[in-house]
Design a binder for this molecule. Structure first.
Ligand code: TRP
Length: 450
């Protein structure tokens, strides 16, 4: 059984703050250690371009965010960790999806609608200042998700509509092109994760300018924590923890025992200054070791770059074969293969004569070869422990389920056959397409006779 795939995209704009840490980063890293899930984490830098046209900031923020996740314990060996723009299959899939997206659905997407509403309220043209990038945002996001066949996407409430659009586009594509190319994703909204209060008591958010940056120097963090607003109760007065932002922030970092002790201290009239100091110390204790690692990555960006490129290589082992299958499905194919199925009177045998042959080797394993009369061996399989597995694989190849990437044939992302040296990828594609067409023709004939 394959595991549940959980995918998270992080838009690299700006620097992370404590609210991001408590509300998103910490729970996501904890979830990535679940042995029953395969986690995908990526830096959504194509998305960042929509709101940020400052190249230095895009680059800097990508490094900061990558260093943050690595410093806080994301293990790039265990999860897929990559940068969106290193996966060229994503923009390619975006276009395939764009062509089956109804424009009206994008008109109704929240982010675009909010921008239109703001323009309407100001009495200017409804699309004033709105880029096509903002408009297309949900399609790019759908490509991120569908590309890796994610089952679950943990998001905040504001992103749920985007996951619904991804589901919808996946379903439509499957329907239009007649196969289950895509897994349909579900939004996973965690109501239990804390939203952290900011300096002024409202939700900590860049848009309120009330954040505490995650990696500030301890002196700065201390100064910011000391500036969190409180009421004017005096030292010695019993205080209500359930109406205190300081308490709720403390709770987001502290253990249950520490939280209970702080609750008692409130009853006993601890001063706001003492609470703030305890809060600062608690946060600092949690972040100090990670801060060292963060500094290390920030001063050794080459290490981060290497990890990201390695992650992209691993991710592309999955995205490449899928995009080959999708291109084939929509008709972006070798024209030689198209000619084969173009008209009923054109017989497969007039163009290419592919064959898939199974045989057994002296090693006791079962193999098959894809051959073509004039070219010879196009692909040679790996060995199968039994004939049934080899046979089932052959049947699926004939149904057109195999994908080709880099002269290799894949089924369910597993490499099953490889072209011998000197055989061009285009020949393998053409031979495979001709085989699939030939089989389809044979099936059609059979069902016409029945
Ligand atoms: N839109 C997300 C945000 O603003 C970032 C994102 C891009 C994303 N692609 C994604 C999240 C795919 C989850 C899945 O936070």
């Amino acid at each position: 059984m394959s595991k549940r795939r959980v995918l998270t995209g992080i838009k690299p704009t700006g620097s992370p703050h404590l609210g991001n840490y408590v509300g998103a980063i910490k729970p996501a890293i904890a979830a990535s250690r679940d042995a029953n899930a395969d986690s995908y984490f990526f830096l959504a830098d194509y998305h960042a371009l929509i709101s940020c046209q400052d190249p230095i900031r895009v680059q800097r923020s990508t490094l900061e965010i990558a260093a943050t996740w690595l410093a806080l314990g994301l293990d790039p060996e265990r999860v897929m960790f990559y940068r969106q723009s290193d996966i060229p299959e994503i923009p390619e899939l975006t276009w395939l999806l764009t062509c089956i997206t109804s424009k009206g659905q994008l008109n109704r997407a929240h982010a675009y609608k909010a921008a239109v509403d703001a323009n309407t309220a100001e009495g200017v043209d409804i699309d004033a200042g709105i880029s096509a990038g903002l408009y297309m945002y949900p399609v790019l996001m759908a490509a991120d998700i569908l590309m890796f066949n994610a089952h679950a996407v943990p998001v905040g409430r504001d992103q749920v509509q985007h996951i619904e659009i991804a589901r919808d586009l996946g379903q439509r594509f499957n329907h239009v092109y007649g196969s289950d190319f895509f897994t349909l994703p579900e939004a996973q909204v965690d109501e239990t994760t804390a939203t952290l209060a900011g300096l002024d008591g409202r939700k900590m958010s860049k848009s309120y300018d009330n954040t505490i940056p995650l990696w500030d120097e301890p002196v700065t963090m201390r100064r910011l924590v000391m500036s969190i607003v409180t009421n004017s109760q005096a030292p010695g007065d019993a205080k209500n923890p359930d109406e205190s932002h300081l308490f709720s922030i403390y709770q987001a970092f502290a253990t249950a025992a520490e939280t209970a002790a702080m609750r008692n201290a409130y009853q006993d009239g601890i001063s706001w200054g003492e609470v703030k100091l305890a809060l600062f110390e608690r946060i600092d204790r949690e972040l100090a070791p990670a801060r060292e690692r963060y500094r290390h990555f920030m001063t050794n960006p080459q290490q981060v770059e290497t990890l990201l490129l390695r992650g992209a290589e691993r991710a592309r082992a999955q995205s490449r074969p899928l995009i080959v299958r999708l291109r084939e499905a929509v008709g972006l194919r070798s024209v030689a293969a198209t000619a084969v199925v173009a008209t009923e009177s054109t017989r497969t045998s007039d163009v290419l004569q592919p064959e898939l042959k199974q045989y057994r080797e002296r090693d006791g394993r079962y193999y098959f070869k894809l051959t073509e009369k004039s070219v010879g061996v196009l692909a040679q399989s790996i060995g199968f422990a039994n004939g049934q597995d080899a046979g089932a694989t052959i049947a699926r190849i004939k149904l057109g389920e195999a994908a080709i990437a880099n002269d290799e044939l894949f089924l369910d992302e597993v490499m099953i056959a490889r072209a011998p040296a000197g055989i061009a990828s285009a020949d393998v594609s053409a031979g495979l397409a001709a085989l699939v067409a030939q089989e389809a023709e044979a099936r059609a004939k059979k069902s016409a006779q029945a």
